[in-house]
Ligand binder design. Structure first.
Ligand SMILES: Nc1ncnc2c1ncn2[C@@H]1O[C@H](COP(=O)(O)OP(=O)(O)O)[C@@H](O)[C@H]1O
Ligand SMILES: [Mg+2]
Length: 206
């Protein structure tokens, strides 16, 4: 068992179980919370993350298969690939960002909000895009929640891929709009969220 990450909420390790490479996500105790409430919250988050992973697959989005879910421990399939964070560049914007847009569209159409759409939470494996880390996700079909989901992605692109962020996000929105019938409402709301953003300015130009 090798620890691969330690986030604010969970310890992530890689292990092998019955010849299968898995990732074990164990939500650890938060010191400042009352013990019993803390344990309850961690179990509920684990259960919800497992559910969101299954719902995402059902909606046609590649996500790691849930191997086991027990208490605060979630075991999922290890996705052998490279994080979009490490590979996104000008030359592959079209390819990768159209896949991101399609996947987000499918999630939203299914009433799933990812909650943490960053390029660290996306893995490319054999030309296919996988979404991981539904730890901040929830079920919602509210336009505001979906617009916020996209806003998080925009911010993530701007902070991690600043040179290509605008083109990348435009490509995401283009494919999102093609794939999702409520996209216009969501993108309009996004414009309101990003008040000083380019969407507002662009619409004024149109
Ligand atoms: N199923 C998986 N397959 C491959 N790598 C994973 C998987 N799950 C997590 N990781 C790796 O571990 C890192 C942290 O896991 P993540 O679920 O995003 O937890 P956190 O909530 O701490 O961000 C990811 O950025 C990724 O590199
Ligand atoms: Mg993460």
């Amino acid at each position: 068992v090798i620890e691969i990450a330690r986030g604010a909420e969970a310890v992530i390790s890689k292990a092998k179980e019955d010849e299968l490479e898995i990732v074990v996500k164990d939500r650890v105790k938060k010191g400042y919370r009352v013990e019993q409430l803390d344990a309850k919250i961690r179990k509920e988050r684990t259960k919800l993350e497992a559910r969101l992973l299954r719902e995402a697959s059902r909606a046609g989005v590649n996500a790691p298969r849930v191997v086991e879910e027990k208490g605060t421990v979630l075991k999922i399939e290890f996705v052998e690939g490279r994080r979009v964070k490490e590979i996104l560049r000008r030359e592959n914007i079209r390819d990768i960002c159209s896949k991101i847009g399609l996947s987000v569209a499918r999630l939203h159409a299914a009433g799933i909000v990812h909650g943490d759409l960053t390029t660290s939470n996306m893995i490319m494996k054999d030309g296919e895009l996988f979404f991981i880390d539904f730890g901040l996700g929830f079920m919602s079909s509210a336009i505001e929640d979906q617009a916020t989901d996209l806003h998080v992605l925009d911010e993530a692109l701007r902070s991690t891929h600043f040179e290509i962020a605008e083109d990348a996000f435009d490509a995401v929105l283009e494919s999102y709009a093609k794939e999702y019938d409520k996209a216009k409402d969501v993108i309009d709301r996004l414009g309101k969220i990003e008040t000083r953003g380019r969407y507002v300015r662009r619409r004024e130009k149109d």
